[in-house]
Ligand binder design. Structure first.
Ligand SMILES: *Cc1c(COP(=O)(O)O)cnc(C)c1O
Length: 384
């Protein structure tokens, strides 16, 4: 028995090397630990941990300048950002909204005691279809809450015209729209308010967190009051909430900001590699001309729900976890009723988001694209 044989005999029981972890749809960006800890060191030095501390103020100012907006307030998360924006603007009654978004867009409306009225989306941009908004307006309608889904800008000009004509407030759920521009300016400059989410899975994050952008002094004053229990000192002015961001969370944001050019560039490169290797096989949303895009997600649309479910399952079998962003269509939630948005339902039934985060290697990107193509070729080639 030679040495080769011994190895061959013992190999099957020996470990096969490190286990290959599945590729997730997203992975939080983490700055070098030393950089995060330098920011944390400031909080340790002052023992100011929350309540509008110095790091919080630094981050608010940095973001306000970045987006060139008059008022930007940090929040504990992106869901409370929507809720408090609704409240700060005095929105009540019926709110026209998109069925094609994350569930928090709808739940925020309901938690604020308002009624969501779903208006279907444009099949190319996946954003609310302005041509359908006016027919849904009634005397009880007070606002439009639309999502720049995947960071794709809504038709802000058309929405603005409708809102002015009918005296409606406009709130944009801009949870996906960090650093997106429209005609050269931040998309956050549109509407009466825009809300951001800085959850760990988002393009820019503070672990948990969010922000509200406002354009008018009075609503900003109300928002700050609402964010912090509704009182200043011992004077109580309004029913408030605790929606503050801590110094520990703001520190993560400050540590990530210098890495934004790398994050955006790496995402762009991955998206281009996906585009090159999958073109023609899957439908993709249209990014309107005039958009400075952030490549927040890589959604693809399959031919039908059956094909989508098969691709989801087969990709997972290859260690690639895609996600059905966004599913289900929000007009099908069990706690809303009476509306049906066929375009949104069709998109929800056919969509799959491919993994997209800066740490993905070029080799992984090609593996993901190859897996998608071979699954589709096998399935479609079989005449299904
Ligand atoms: C993530 C997200 C939210 C909620 O943000 P959280 O910070 O997780 O509360 C709201 N709307 C959309 C569209 C989102 O993707």
């Amino acid at each position: 028995m030679g040495e080769q044989d011994l190895i061959a005999v013992t190999a099957p029981s020996a470990p096969q090397g490190p286990p290959v972890l599945p590729i997730q749809v997203t992975k939080a960006f983490l700055p070098p630990f030393a950089e995060y800890s330098a920011w944390l060191g400031k909080a340790y030095g002052t023992a100011v941990l929350t309540n509008n501390g110095p790091i919080h103020r630094d981050l608010e100012e940095a973001l306000r300048h970045r987006f060139d907006v008059p008022y930007l307030r940090l929040m504990s998360n992106g869901t409370l950002a929507i809720q408090l924006a609704i409240r700060a603007l005095g929105v009540k009654g019926k709110v026209i909204t998109t069925p094609y978004s994350y569930v928090a867009t709808t739940s925020a409306i309901l938690w604020e005691g308002c009624d969501p009225v779903f208006v279907d989306v444009d099949r190319d941009t996946c954003c609310i279809d302005p041509a359908l908004i006016e027919a849904a307006i009634t005397p009880d309608t007070t606002a439009i809450l639309a999502t720049h889904v995947y960071g794709i800008p809504c038709d802000v000009e058309a929405i603005d015209t409708i809102a002015r004509k009918h005296g409606l407030k406009v709130i944009y759920d801009a949870a996906h729209a960090f650093d997106v521009t429209w005609k050269g300016r931040s998309i956050l400059q549109w509407g009466d308010a825009s809300t951001l989410s800085f959850h760990a899975t988002k393009l820019f994050h503070t672990v948990e967190g969010g922000a509200v952008v406002l354009h008018e002094h009075g609503s900003d004053d109300r928002l700050r009051l609402l964010r912090s229990f509704g009182h200043i000192g011992d004077e109580h002015y309004a029913l408030g909430m605790n929606a503050k961001m801590s110094e520990v969370h703001a520190a993560m944001g400050m540590a990530i900001l210098p890495h934004m050019p790398y994050i955006l560039e790496r995402r762009r490169a991955i998206v281009e590699a996906y585009d090159r290797s999958t073109h023609g096989m899957v439908a993709r949303p249209r990014i309107p001309e005039g958009t400075g895009y952030n490549h927040a997600y890589y959604p693809v649309f399959l031919n039908d729900e059956q094909e989508r479910e098969l691709v989801l399952k087969e990709m997972a079998a290859r260690g690639i976890n895609c996600r059905r962003y966004f599913y289900p269509s929000l007009d099908t939630l069990p706690y809303v009723s009476g509306m049906s948005c066929p375009v949104s339902r069709s998109l929800s039934n056919r969509v799959l988001c491919l993994p997209l985060y800066p740490d993905l290697t070029d080799e992984q990107v090609l593996r993901i694209a190859d897996a998608l193509l071979s699954i589709l070729q096998a399935y479609r080639g079989a005449g299904c």
